[in-house]
Design a protein around this ligand. Structure first.
Ligand code: THU
Length: 164
């Protein structure tokens, strides 16, 4: 028997001062997106903005449904939109932020496992890391340099190739 210990790394920033104009634009698009979320049931308004390698930024937000499981998280709405629209352009980064209880959330919210798995798919597809920025209302940023760092034991297409 052997126990293994997995470690991960994230960088916390107290404000936006060390970020580029492109990153700041990405953050503002994520913030914009959460205000347009369709979340009448949870009232938890999540915004995501995806930066593509060609510089285009696309927005997504959570889309809920009276049949609850038919809704979808912001991150997947944004990533599926990006992949459907620019199927060959790698995703460089994704920023995520939340509006809840009448104000932009000060807590940093980490994407659910299903969204991380979808992010991992596009990272694996392009072979280039996707940077994840988790944003709080007061300009704190948690930066994670690869989706692999968010999902230990992630499932990728390699195993499907290995068994075929
Ligand atoms: N949600 C997201 O959009 N992203 C996540 O990573 C976690 C949760 C949404 C789904 C649902 O509309 C609401 O937040 C409450 O779970």
């Amino acid at each position: 028997m052997k126990k293994i210990k997995l470690e991960t790394t994230a960088t916390l920033y107290e404000d936006y001062s060390s970020f580029s104009d492109e990153e700041k634009l990405l953050f503002s698009k994520a913030r914009e997106a959460c205000h347009d979320a369709y979340a009448p049931y949870s009232k938890f308004y999540v915004g995501a903005a995806v930066l593509l390698e060609n510089g285009i930024i696309l927005k997504g937000n959570n889309q809920e449904n009276a049949a609850y499981p038919s809704g979808l998280c912001a991150e997947r709405v944004a990533l599926f939109y990006a992949s459907a629209t620019y199927p060959t352009i790698p995703v460089k980064a994704i920023a995520v932020t939340v509006h809840y209880n009448g104000s932009d959330l000060e807590d940093i919210v980490s994407p659910c496992g299903a969204c991380r798995q979808v992010m991992a798919e596009y990272e694996h597809k392009s072979g280039k890391p996707i940077v994840l920025y988790l944003l709080s209302a007061n300009e704190q940023v948690c930066q994670i340099d690869s989706i692999k760092d968010t999902l230990p034991f992630l499932f990728t297409a390699d195993i499907l190739k290995a068994s075929s």
